[in-house]
Ligand binder design. Structure first.
Ligand code: ADP
Ligand code: MG
Length: 240
């Protein structure tokens, strides 16, 4: 897959190189290795499905990729920066380039659709052009005209559309989606993933999507699976 660097407003998606990655929780006998000795390469712009049973370490791997969790050991290199060794500043810079989509949408119920999309940029003092950008993104996800609605007035699929627009407001080079279709019926799920892929693709973003849904996994470029914190597939480089 060639990443089209000439696409409108395209930025290069994050290139990811993981080796010997480990992350455990708890202590002593209760210690759980959520991710263990995991190695993987993901080319810039690839759309990767991450499958595996509950408890296999998918969310932990996504959190490590997003810079929300820190590795205990190994390397996690995103665009040349090793997040396992990065200082606070570099980690914050990384997080700013990541768009997150969750299973349960996590919209703020008291805020309008438009203000929900702006949540990630609020601490940065919302520049006027971001409001225009939020409106553009809502248009791109099919919610033009619903800017003033509150989340409770929307269907689940529409709420996830808002969450996708919110994930894109910071122009991410990496989109991390944790079972984004898990709260939706299957048809809506496939539609939402199609939308996520399209908007991600337009920005050449690299995308990693944890999913239990076979149709969703099959609509990604690559499928990798985890079990007990390890990849069950060989973890070979995913070609561009
Ligand atoms: P998945 O997303 O595939 O269901 P997770 O990454 O959520 O898997 O969890 C992998 C393992 O790590 C599970 O056994 C889970 O209980 C454990 N785990 C994940 N996060 C934490 C945490 N913050 N504290 C303690 N244990 C955790
Ligand atoms: Mg999970």
């Amino acid at each position: 897959m060639a990443v089209d660097a000439e696409g409108a407003g395209a930025t290069a998606g994050a290139a990811i190189r993981i080796s010997g990655l480990g992350r455990s929780f708890g202590a002593g006998d209760a210690r759980i290795a959520a991710v263990r000795d995991l190695s993987l390469e993901i080319a810039s712009g690839a759309v990767v499905a991450l499958c595996g049973p509950s408890g296999s370490g998918k969310s932990t791997l996504l959190h490590l990729l997003a810079g929300i969790e820190r590795p205990d050991c190994g390397q996690l290199v995103v665009d040349g920066v090793d997040l396992a060794r990065a200082g606070r500043r570099a980690l914050l810079d990384h997080r700013r380039r990541v768009g997150l989509v969750f299973q349960r949408f996590h919209l703020l119920p008291a805020l309008s659709v438009l203000d929900n999309v702006l949540v990630p940029v609020v601490p940065l003092r919302v520049p006027f052009d971001k409001v225009a950008r939020a409106r553009q993104l809502l248009d791109a996800v099919g919610l033009a005209g619903r800017e003033s609605a509150t989340p409770a007035q929307l269907s689940g699929g529409q709420q996830q559309r808002v969450a996708i627009a919110r994930a894109l407001i910071g122009d991410p080079t990496l989109i991390v989606a944790d079972e984004p279709t898990g709260s939706l019926d299957s048809a809506t799920g496939v539609e939402i993933l199609g939308l996520l892929r399209r908007v991600g693709r337009e920005r050449s973003a690299t995308m990693v999507v944890a999913t239990h849904d076979r149709d969703v996994a099959e609509s990604c470029d690559y499928v990798i699976s985890m079990r007990d914190g390890r990849l069950t597939s060989d973890g070979a480089a995913l070609p561009a």
